[in-house]
Design a binder for this molecule. Sequence first.
Ligand SMILES: *Cc1c(COP(=O)(O)O)cnc(C)c1O
Length: 389
Amino acid sequence: MGQIMEMDKAYIANTYARFPVEIVKGEGSIVTDTEGKQYIDLGTGIGVNTFGLADEEWQNAVISQMQKYQHTSNLYYSEPCAVLAQMLCQRTGMSKVFFSNSGAEANECAIKAARKYACEKKGPEYYNIITLKNSFHGRTITTLAATGQESFHKDFLPLTQGFLYAEPNDIESVRQLAENNKVAAILFEVVLGEGGVIPLEREFVKGMAKIAAENDILLIADEVQVGNGRTGELYGYMNHEIIPDIVTTAKGLGGGLPIGATMFNEKTADVFTPGTHGSTFGGNPLSCAGAISILSRIDAELLAEVRTKSDYIFAALAAANGVKSVHGLGLIIGIETEKDTDVVVKECISRGVLVLKAKNRVRLLPALNIPWEQLKQAIGIIKEVFAEV
Ligand SMILES: *Cc1c(COP(=O)(O)O)cnc(C)c1O
């Protein structure tokens, strides 16, 4: 075992089962380890490196901000923060943005906003939030409570109260909870990412929007993983002709720097007033400068390319040996197999392709601009692995 791996095992809290790969260099969708071995990266640091590693345009945007200043606090005005908020609002039709540093914080902010909105409008007993079984919304005590998977809850009880779990793609289950409880909001991912890459059906998503509208319940889209171009639309909800009241995002927005954003529509824009929420690092100028560069490149042409690449991957894998089914939307893809997923992932890595897992599925989250040649080569290797292990 290498020196860094030993140090890591000795000094880093034992929360991650890492693969024995130490990355020393990245260039787009190619990463190199300490032995000089190259991998095609279909994981992008879990959907973070939207345009791959060490992307030059993104780097230049960050470096140029770095040379001006790195942080000011939220006591003062700062250009990158305001410009990014304006871009997000103009591209989504939302009205205001709160910046934080991670997906969990973006969701925490949305949950606080929903509770405050409901408390002021309907009364303090309207604190419940409906989420879906198999969802994932973060690791803080409250976002864990929002996460509809008991396996994440155990050992950390009691969690924040007031979360109710509906069955994904079962609209009656949402309706029952909405009509029989005092509910502030429905929080959902259009594709359950960590939950196994399970896309919600269009009718179900529209049904949730309808129930929310009928019962004066806020609709919150968790776009932490599916947002920022990954589904072939700028935000995942845009695939389904609905308009959420609150949209949260993080992972791919910063292109590799930590950032979280919670966007509010007209209805929820003024829920927060000075002093009711905050974040020391939120809206960090470097993260915002990086995000401006990322967002400005997610245009119609790139989104069309995401959809074409998605079609290619679905077609290439659907009928492949050892593959049971392929699910997802755009470039968030989950592959169901009868083989042992852990063995498949390990073997892909050993043959030079970095893939992820979600539940019992192999998960792909490639860079949105992955070159065709590298994508085809990687899919070829994955097919061999599925057929051979
Ligand atoms: C990753 C993820 C989160 C949590 O984001 P962190 O940045 O790890 O806090 C929340 N929701 C979804 C859908 C995610 O995929």
